[in-house]
Design a protein around this ligand. Sequence first.
Ligand SMILES: [Zn+2]
Length: 226
Amino acid sequence: MWKKFDLCCDGCGYVLDEEKQSRLSLPVQEREFGGHCPSCSGDLLNARYRLDGHDFGHWETEVRQRCASLWRYQELLPITHSDNAVTLGEGWTPLIALPQLGEAMGLEKLYLKDERQGPTATFKDRQATVAISFLKEQGINEIVLASTGNVAIAYSAYAARAGMRVYVFFPDGVAKAKIQEASLYGAQVMSVGGTYDEAKAAAAQFASEQGIFLDRALKHLRGWKV
Ligand SMILES: [Zn+2]
């Protein structure tokens, strides 16, 4: 596979190159993962792919022949071994023409990308399949997160498929049906009885105390300290 990328800090420009990334293959117990830039503790590391010299015409032709799934773009997704892809058939939701609404809005063509038809009925399935696959490849088998609903449901479903335990902290005001759905997928659910920020704080404290990976957002997933 020709996938090669550096991780670059938005804040200070620190580059986590291949050699540094290779140290991420240390056993989980030997890693320190803080989800921040090792240099400035910034929150956001962007993947910068090194794509020079590749025949993209050929690749595009090959991609079009692959299965109708988000994972057809596997070379641009952050796992190395395709066996670690945790998939429930996400992506490839229908694009539905809305001619009447389009006309009412004065638009010649209007389409709806209907993400309700994903595995857990929201676009969060796309985030969950990539995040849970990456965590599986890293050997993580327990995660903690805070959510107002849809992320919890999607992560719980994909974690169940991966055999991963999930602890979800919900703020006040989340529909009971959403909490129940996450629970049905096997998540351990906690209602914090406060704001979303308070739920995130409770999740962070629990993760720290228990030594469990805290998932703060997809953008942090490869921001491990090395
Ligand atoms: Zn930085």
